[in-house]
Design a protein around this ligand. Structure first.
Ligand code: PLP
Length: 417
């Protein structure tokens, strides 16, 4: 579901023609639909309305201020994984009391900053981390709510780089060791309130069965923890709900809720969710312009002005993104859509059938809202692209394209070298 639509050959985002945006900002440019973003959030919220819950938007999917701030206004919390994301979440207006902090490698400085700001909860991934948080909380004379991330050892059937809930992954605590570890932390680490259990089994998950399997295991664990005297009051089920990139048919939030709530309800816990991709994935596109069409011996290449530094998902995960013309085009050609970067992995699509393309034609790489800009880099000394948020028939440049000065900011050549 999204509000990008072709009308008479032109690609519109809500009430704005995307090419009109490109004429103002140049390309490449990320374009986001506010309505798509908001509706995804609200659908999730609605699906879980029967149970006490907090949706902590996962900032790593897209941490741009306009995105996070829009969600903050709708009441979202945040799932963060670094001090930088803490800064961004707070700056975009998410209250500290709605922020949960995950990640395997939180540094002492990051832990201290999060404690000082008063985040709702730490999602702890190991005993040494629990000890560090306990020590720093003690120094600050604070007591903090924590959950342990448990690795339930289920296969989410997704790309191996984005499956996280199997025992060979680096994330969380093995479910067979979890009981003892929770009890030890509860008894020995006096500055921690061990009140939660956290799981996050992977990303771009289209079948709910893996969640149900994981939650059945977690439900049994919560009962044992309570039997051992721990007051478990919250369950964080992570993110991972998939979206449509090509022909997937992911579960809707309503179907998701229908299948998992029967396992969660009897536990009487408050529910935390950390969707990232589901909220923002289909709410954004990357608009780019054809620089050259190169007819090779065995293949045609459409060389565009966006590169893998702007959107790395095809290169990194072999991810599929639909690519469509953003303005009327006729004829037919088969081509690889590639960027200008000096890497063979710099492509957006291979062997795609498209209209006959020429230089200056605008193309849209669809479903690029999640893990797009947030993974962008300056490789090949390319400036990070602009970002635009559309709402109705208005659009706002919410991030300017970087300048060449930005590229060298903070650098120097030492004198007397
Ligand atoms: C990445 C991540 C998420 C978000 O995953 P999506 O697939 O984008 O929903 C949520 N929680 C944790 C702990 C994560 O690492």
């Amino acid at each position: 579901m999204h509000y990008f639509e072709i009308k008479k050959g032109w690609l519109w985002c809500e009430g704005v023609r995307t090419v009109d945006i490109a004429k103002k900002t140049g390309t490449p440019v990320y374009i986001y639909s506010h309505r798509t973003l908001a509706e995804h959030y609200l659908k999730m919220d609605e699906a879980f309305s029967a149970t006490e819950h907090l949706i902590c938007y996962s900032l790593k999917a897209n941490s741009s201020m306009a995105i996070v701030g829009s969600l903050a206004k709708l009441g979202a919390g945040a799932d963060i994984v670094s001090g930088g994301e803490l800064y961004r979440a707070l700056r975009a207006g998410i209250p500290a009391g709605k922020i949960v902090y995950a990640g395997v490698g939180k540094t002492p400085e990051e832990i201290e900053a999060a404690l000082r700001k008063g985040v709702a909860m730490f999602n702890i991934e190991s005993m040494p981390e629990a000890e560090a948080i306990n020590r720093i909380a003690g120094k600050l004379r604070k007591k903090v709510n924590v959950a342990f991330r448990v690795n339930p050892d289920v296969d989410a059937n997704t790309h191996h780089y984005i499956t996280t809930g199997k025992k060979e992954n680096k994330f969380g605590i093995n479910i067979n060791l979890a009981l003892n570890l929770f009890i030890k932390a509860h008894r020995k680490l006096n500055n921690l309130n061990v009140t939660g259990v956290h799981i996050h089994i992977g990303s771009q998950i289209t079948k709910i069965e893996a969640y149900v399997r994981a939650l059945l295991k977690i439900s049994a664990l919560i009962k044992k923890l309570r039997g051992a005297g721990l007051d478990i009051t919250s369950l964080n089920i992570g993110g991972g709900l998939g979206i449509i990139y090509s022909n997937e048919s992911p579960a809707t939030p309503a179907e998701f809720a229908e299948k998992i709530l029967p396992v969660i309800h009897p536990l009487g816990v408050s529910l935390i969710m950390e969707p990232g991709r589901f909220i923002v994935g289909n709410a954004g596109i990357l608009l780019t312009k054809v620089t050259y069409v190169k007819n090779g011996e065995s293949k045609n290449f459409v060389i565009v002005d966006a590169g893998m530094n702007d959107l790395i998902r095809p290169s990194l995960y072999d991810a599929y993104h639909n690519i469509i013309p953003a303005q009327p085009a006729s004829g037919k050609m088969k081509a690889d859509i590639v960027g200008p970067i000096c890497e063979s992995g710099d492509f957006f699509g291979k062997d795609r059938t498209l209209p006959s393309l020429k230089a200056d034609q605008y193309l849209a790489v669809m479903s690029a809202g999640a893990y797009g800009f947030s993974m962008a880099s300056n490789y090949n000394s390319r400036r990070k692209p602009a970002e635009v948020l559309v709402k109705g028939n208005k659009f706002f440049v919410v991030r300017k394209r970087e300048t060449y000065e930005d590229l060298a900011r903070g650098e120097c050549l030492p004198e007397n070298l």
